[in-house]
Design a protein around this ligand. Structure first.
Ligand SMILES: *Cc1c(COP(=O)(O)O)cnc(C)c1O
Length: 403
């Protein structure tokens, strides 16, 4: 038996949606993308949505929209995918890393000490789909001495009057925190619809705008759309209408719009997301937890608390007391049984691109410990009970041999 890590669910409904779009006469950004934006706004309860070609593009557009540039600092967890840090680099700003907690999420109590007069944005990451401690974060940012440090240098920064919270919500569509949906927990949140994520459109992402009332959300949505399409005052659909040829370029924008082919997939998946995909993923997590809870070496993930419910994106297991070398050997043995597992994530200070910036892994001891013990197990819509059993057998014998 073979168990892949996370192939996307693909069925006739999705194939039909794509084929319909191909023959509809409109394949790039158009009515389906607009519809997906409306549906995501409804689904999250956010104020406005902009669909893009990735979560990364959403994060970068948000930083650029806020005016983040050289000399600015952006705080993010040491434990995340590189995208969170890369977008800060693209803007010429400095990523400032904060250690995480035993639940893999940023340690909010350590953020205040990292704030300086150069801090413009905090980018929390809802790792594996579990929301961070948003109330603690927002109350810390509301403190008068923290607000007093904020030194705005753009119109948007003036208007917000404090550090912006930009959630890397790549994992957390469908997650909740104190009954509020991911997408409404930060000023701006960015979802990923990449092929391995919970709601795949092949490639894709969306920003949910949830700024305070001094902002006109629809105007901000328009700004994001213009930025995502070369700074063009009209989108392709408007431009193509008879007589609609004239447009302006209002800024040297980017090119990261979503196509209607991707949006067609997103519409199918979003409609059945809560009733089908999330239910299925939770049942897989429940099965893994039930099978693993009897092993003392298994540090099984928490994906529901009184305040939080995960989107069940990644099943992040840890092997208690494993060293990095032991964990790697366990993975080799599991792989020999044709089970694909992964490690989420190699902390930012371990990556070659970031080593030169003076980050030191020893400064983030919890991130290191989480990393060296972590193994992510396969989770995908079509995984069978037999496959789940096979994964557990491969894992248990590997751990028993190595530890
Ligand atoms: C996948 C991922 C991203 C990037 O998503 P894309 O849609 O591929 O740009 C960003 N952050 C985290 C934590 C991710 O896992």
């Amino acid at each position: 038996m073979r168990v892949p890590f996370s192939p996307p669910r693909m069925d006739k409904k999705m194939a039909d949606a794509v084929v319909d779009t191909l023959y509809s006469g409109w394949i790039t950004t158009g009515p389906k993308t607009r519809k997906l934006e409306e549906e995501l706004t409804k689904y999250t309860g956010g104020k406005a949505t902009v669909c893009l070609n990735s979560a990364t593009a959403g994060l970068e557009l948000a930083l650029r929209w806020f005016g983040v540039k050289e000399g600015d600092e952006v705080i993010l967890p040491a434990y995340t995918y590189c995208a969170t840090a890369n977008v800060v680099m693209h803007c010429g700003a400095t990523p400032v890393l904060v250690d995480v907690k035993g639940d893999f999420n940023i340690d909010v109590s350590k953020i205040e000490a990292a704030i300086t007069s150069r801090t413009k944005v905090i980018m929390p990451v809802d790792i594996a789909g579990m929301p961070i401690d948003y109330d603690e974060l927002h109350s810390m940012l509301a403190k008068s001495d923290v607000r007093a440090k904020f030194a705005p240098h753009s119109i948007e920064q003036e208007k917000l009057g404090r550090i912006m919270v930009l959630a890397d919500a790549a994992h957390s569509i469908g997650a909740t925190y104190k009954r509020k949906n991911s997408g409404t927990l930060a000023d701006i949140s960015s979802f990923s619809f990449h092929a391995v994520k919970n709601l795949p459109t092949a490639e894709g992402g969306a920003v949910i705008i949830n700024l305070p009332e001094q902002f006109d959300s629809l105007a901000v949505q328009k700004q994001f759309k213009v930025k995502s399409l070369h700074g063009q005052s009209k989108d392709a659909l408007e431009k193509t209408k008879a007589g609609g040829w004239r447009y302006d370029i209002t800024e040297p924008g980017y090119k990261c719009n979503m196509t209607d082919i991707n949006a067609a997939l997103g519409l199918v998946e979003l409609e059945r997301y809560d009733s089908d995909m999330l239910v299925k993923r939770k049942s897989i997590f429940d099965k893994y937890n039930a099978l693993l809870s009897k092993y003392e070496w298994a540090n099984i993930p928490v994906y529901k608390t009184d305040d939080k419910q995960s989107s069940f994106h990644i099943y992040m297991l840890r092997i208690n007391n494993a060293t990095e070398e032991q964990r790697d050997r366990i993975i080799d043995k599991i792989s020999a049984e044709k089970v694909a597992v992964n490690v989420h994530f190699q902390p930012i200070p371990l990556l070659s691109a970031y080593k030169g910036f003076g980050f030191n892994m020893e400064d983030y001891p919890v991130a290191w410990k989480n990393y060296e013990q972590e193994i992510s197990l396969p989770v995908f819509y079509d995984i069978s009970d037999e496959q789940i059993g096979w994964v557990i057998d491969a894992l248990v014998s590997a751990v028993e041999e190595v530890m």
